[in-house]
Design a protein around this ligand. Structure first.
Ligand code: E4P
Length: 216
């Protein structure tokens, strides 16, 4: 499955028309880059209106009480569709467990290791987000992290789904899927790279030119 890693309603609407987008992930950095000082509620409501499936909205506070209050504010925008993105930490684990116990969809984010993904899955995360590009920035191979996580989820019958995010190259897409990711979250530019091939364009041009020039 593919999620869109974006908060841009126009891009989300355009790409949703391809029929391949099962959900949306946002984060504070994406929203700040795409929309600056936008009102978060307005932006997320716009995203909800043009998408389907879960829309992940990330917590930005850092104490347990603040995070739970922040989560409740976001959930109210569309219960069942807003998925609370919980940054992974000890406090995050407590928040995650409480939200999961209430049946709130959760996406545990900023995961860099198998151990972290395993703990988040045990606590009831709907999604565990492994950050491919950022793991590779540290000089590690992300494939065994995804493979080991998928293995333990399947072996222990844990319900979490692995999202691989922080995708920077097409090879990251291929490797994540081959390693057992359930879902990829990709930015619009990566998605457009997935569909583009110069030989395809050239071939279509050749066919259409021949058709236009045909005699009779
Ligand atoms: C995933 O949910 C995140 O939004 C995202 O993929 C983070 O990636 P980055 O390394 O591009 O910030």
């Amino acid at each position: 499955m593919i999620f869109l890693d974006s908060s841009d309603p126009k891009e989300i609407q355009d790409i949703s028309a391809w029929g391949i987008i099962a959900g949306v992930t946002t984060n504070p950095l994406i929203i700040a880059k795409e929309a600056g000082n936008v009102d978060l509620e307005k932006r997320i409501r716009e995203v909800l209106a043009v998408s389907k499936g879960h829309v992940s909205v990330e917590l930005t506070t850092e104490t347990e009480a603040e995070m739970l209050a922040e989560a409740d504010r976001y959930i109210a925008w569309s219960p069942g569709r807003v998925c609370i993105k919980v940054p992974f930490s000890e406090t995050g684990m407590r928040v995650l467990h409480q939200l999961a116990t209430r049946g709130v969809p959760t996406n545990v984010t900023c995961l860099m290791s198998f151990n972290q993904a395993y703990l988040a899955s045990l606590a009831g995360a709907t999604y565990v987000s492994i950050f491919s590009g950022r793991v590779q920035d540290m000089g590690y191979d992300v494939r065994p992290i995804i493979e080991e996580t998928r293995l333990i989820l399947d072996r222990e019958g844990l319900a979490s789904q692995i999202i691989v995010g922080s995708i920077r190259h097409l090879m990251d897409v291929n490797e994540a899927l081959q390693s057992g990711a359930h879902i990829l979250t990709v930015t619009p530019p990566i998605l457009r790279k997935m569909l583009w091939n110069p030989r395809t364009d050239e071939t279509i041009r050749e066919f259409n030119t021949a058709w236009a020039k045909r005699g009779g």
